[in-house]
Ligand binder design. Structure first.
Ligand SMILES: Nc1ncnc2c1ncn2[C@@H]1O[C@H](COP(=O)(O)OP(=O)(O)O)[C@@H](O)[C@H]1O
Ligand SMILES: [Mg+2]
Length: 235
């Protein structure tokens, strides 16, 4: 069985595609067989991967922007992938009555996932908007007691700034909610040019500039996630 990681947030532009593609890169560089399912009809991940041309990304990318994404995950999970990441579309509002198809895609992706990563921009308004995802996570959590939810603050300015220093503690306060075990990760993913430039040449940041700061940030993030998962596995 593959480890299934959904990268979701109903807000557009918070870094879902950036983080899912770069995490997929780090995992595949670590020797894992990785698939990224681009579940966003905008297909940014797919377009990014197409820029790699023949050399490829080091992991596979397929599009499946449909509400039965959970079935696709199950089908692909039988094919020997160590990890399957799902890059979700924007739209995963709390309303169970919502018929919005993008919301349904995210909901089904979250249902299929062992781990949910929620990128958020370091601003209170963005935290509050992202907070709307939590009732959905609570709903899913009631069905799946082993699911882990990690908030990643993405896009702080590098260096010590007031918004930067406070970002993680404010996020911890905002995302504390009964019934959902949400962890705000401490790894910093800051605003860096490499995150913007790497996709233009069909690369992830670790392939684009292996010794660069963006690459270091993504490796630290992957390591923190792995440590959190190992810590629970050991209990
Ligand atoms: N840490 C970062 N540093 C610089 N640019 C970033 C960073 N994270 C995301 N971006 C840029 O912000 C925009 C939105 O990011 P994206 O990953 O497409 O968000 P989403 O998939 O949530 O809509 C893109 O242009 C992306 O290159
Ligand atoms: Mg995206």
């Amino acid at each position: 069985m593959s480890a299934v990681i959904a990268v979701a947030n109903q807000k557009g532009g918070c870094g879902k595609t950036t983080l899912s593609m770069n995490l997929a890169g780090v995992l595949s560089e670590g020797g894992l067989k990785v698939l990224l399912i681009d579940a966003d009809p905008q297909a940014s991940a797919q377009q990014w991967a197409m820029r790699a041309g023949e050399s490829g990304m080091g992991f596979e990318v397929m599009t499946h922007p449909h509400e039965d994404v959970h079935r696709k995950v199950r089908e692909m999970s039988a094919k020997g992938y160590d990890a399957i990441l799902i890059d979700c579309p924007p739209g995963a509002s709390q309303s169970v009555a919502s018929k919005d198809s993008q919301t349904s895609i995210s909901r089904m992706a979250i249902l299929a996932a062992d781990v949910v990563i929620v990128p958020v921009r370091p601003s209170m308004l963005d935290y509050l908007a992202s907070h709307q995802l939590l009732p959905l996570l609570r709903e899913v959590g009631a069905l799946k007691d082993k699911q882990r939810v990690f908030i990643v603050v993405n896009g702080k300015s590098p260096g010590r700034t007031r918004t930067g220093t406070e970002a993680i503690s404010v996020a911890e306060e905002v995302f504390r909610i009964d019934g959902v075990d949400v962890e705000v990760l401490r790894s910093e993913v800051t605003t860096r040019q490499a995150f913007v430039l790497a996709p233009t040449v069909g690369k992830t940041v670790t392939a684009y500039e292996p010794e660069g700061k963006a690459a270091g940030e993504i490796r630290n993030l992957a390591e923190e996630i792995a440590k959190c998962l190992q810590a629970t596995a050991a209990v």
